[in-house]
Design a protein around this ligand. Structure first.
Ligand code: ADP
Ligand code: MG
Length: 271
């Protein structure tokens, strides 16, 4: 019943923040599920050796499963590695297995080491799945995997936790994005900042929120994701919060954020 505008060209978003535990994976899977449930075709690339996005989307990712690792080393295509999620027939995921842990080092000596994911996500490679959206869930580092994600994308989505030290490390992330823009991907832009784990009972959360809005203006989504037990429980049931508890505040806010992303795209001519 919920319908969102379909972008006229594919949007590839990298979900990045070198800080761990800020909500990259949670935001990736829930935004992806929100867009998919709204009728759009979405592909999630799990680029973190931890494989948390694969787990949350109930995607097989035991060692040896065809995964993003084999895609990066050029053995198989994205279409060959992608699996359909239990969350929606429109939602696909290329899993990460523990085999990806060595890739950061293996990539160093490879040809075109920064653009291997971009090659893997070419129009020809994506023709079969034909996703409207691709979300790349980055590991908590600024190494070659994250660089590959930034080279492959047009947009960066930065989740920021409404906590003390939220802005710490953000300068380094933005400088890395500038380096990628200067040398590898001039069309990359930080299109979206999402405030996560907001706890309305603390004054601090409001301080962080207004500081981030003051800094980044309209790039920050109006929707703020609340801290909610349902959101953190859902992966344990191999679900996103959208199917685990569709009426919860967490689910509603991720749906709102997905709508903002889709409508922003339509407004900006990205769509
Ligand atoms: P990252 O991918 O940046 O490391 P995660 O998405 O894995 O971060 O989130 C870190 C932890 O915080 C996880 O245990 C997750 O379940 C929890 N979490 C994320 N978002 C929320 C939220 N809105 N409310 C409660 N817990 C959350
Ligand atoms: Mg993660």
């Amino acid at each position: 019943n919920l319908k969102l505008p379909r972008p006229t060209r594919r949007r590839i978003l990298t979900v990045a923040n070198q800080k761990g535990g800020v909500g990259k994976t949670t935001s990736t899977v829930n935004l992806a599920a929100g867009l998919a449930i709204a009728g759009l075709k979405v592909l999630v690339i799990d680029l973190d050796p931890q494989g948390n996005a694969s787990t949350a989307l109930a995607i097989e990712h035991r060692s040896g499963t065809p995964s993003v690792y084999e895609v990066l080393i050029g053995e198989i295509s994205v279409a060959e590695a992608a699996q359909v999620s239990n969350q929606s027939p429109n939602l696909y995921c290329v899993p990460a297995t523990i085999d990806l842990a060595g890739a950061e080092i293996e990539l160093v000596s490879m040809v075109a080491r920064e653009s291997r994911l971009k090659e893997a996500l070419s129009s020809e490679a994506l023709a079969e799945i034909d996703p409207d959206y691709v979300f790349i869930d980055c590991p908590p580092s600024l190494g070659l995997l994250t660089v590959n994600a930034m080279v492959a994308a047009q947009e960066v989505l930065i989740p920021i936790q409404c906590e003390y030290y939220a802005l710490e490390g953000l300068g380094q992330l933005l400088r890395n994005i500038e380096l990628v823009q200067a040398h590898l991907n001039p069309t990359l832009n930080v299109s979206t900042i999402l405030l996560t784990m907001y706890d309305g009972r603390t004054k601090l959360a409001d301080q962080v929120t207004s500081e981030v809005r003051g800094h980044f203006g309209d790039t920050v989504l109006r929707t703020v994701i609340p801290r909610s037990v349902k959101v953190s429980e859902a992966p344990g049931f191999a679900q996103t919060v959208l199917t685990y508890d569709p009426g919860s505040r967490g689910a509603m806010s991720y749906l709102d954020a997905a709508r903002e992303i889709a409508e922003f795209g339509a407004r900006m001519g990205l769509a």
